[in-house]
Design a protein around this ligand. Structure first.
Ligand code: GRF
Length: 204
């Protein structure tokens, strides 16, 4: 079986990165060959080093990988799937073009609600809490040129009716994220994600 080479983009803690790396079902299917971040000192880089995965610092500083050469870098690494797992910057348009339908993002709410620019991290969970919604969840979607706007691949909902703070929502949703993201990566690696009829289907 051909192993899918995956690049994971991160900006912070990296718990989703760890969930991918620890996922048993992904062991023989994928290889995370690059962890890329706009934050040179993010905890997620520590996780990558723990697993001996090459890290790339993306930015404008000297010595950083410049955004203008990102597409070339990813191609030279033979990356088949890009996973955004808590990456807070926009992916450059040329990268989206080259990797169309091969970039996925995990969002900690049920899109299209509670998404868009500025809707990340605790901002999302606070907005959900303040809305008085009784259900939240996690969404994995393809990435296009607009924040949180690409086609939805899978959503999993989470009952939050008994919770009393945004922090509790974040915790409960995160547990689901850690299952959902490896699941979608598995389906992708097995070529089971089809986007016929402008809707994404998971094939059996
Ligand atoms: C997750 O909630 C993810 O959905 C969002 O950012 C958070 C990243 O957490 N996009 P971590 O860095 O994976 O721990």
């Amino acid at each position: 079986m051909i192993v899918l080479k995956v690049a994971v983009f991160v900006s912070g803690r990296g718990s989703n990165l760890r969930a991918i790396l620890d996922s048993q079902k992904l062991q023989d299917l994928i290889s995370v060959t690059a962890v890329i971040s706009n934050k040179i000192d993010c905890p997620a880089f520590e996780i990558a080093r723990e697993y001996s995965i090459n890290t790339y610092y993306l930015g404008k500083a000297e010595g950083a990988v410049q955004y203008s050469v990102l597409a070339k870098l990813l191609e030279s690494l033979d990356i088949g799937l890009i996973v955004l797992a808590g990456f807070l910057k926009m992916i450059p348009a040329d990268v989206i073009d080259v990797f169309r339908n091969r970039i996925i993002n995990i969002h900690p709410a049920l899109l299209p609600a509670f998404g868009g620019k500025g809707m990340y991290g605790m901002n999302v969970h606070r907005a959900v809490f303040n809305s008085t919604a009784k259900v939240s969840g996690a969404t994995v979607h393809f990435v296009n040129e607009v924040y949180d706007d690409g086609e939805i691949i899978v959503q999993r909902k989470v009952d939050i009716s008994d919770l009393t703070s945004p922090e509790q929502i974040a915790e409960r949703v995160l547990k689901v994220e850690h299952e959902l993201l490896p699941d979608v990566i598995e389906q992708f690696a097995l070529n089971k994600i089809s986007s016929d009829n402008a809707r994404i289907e998971i094939l059996n």
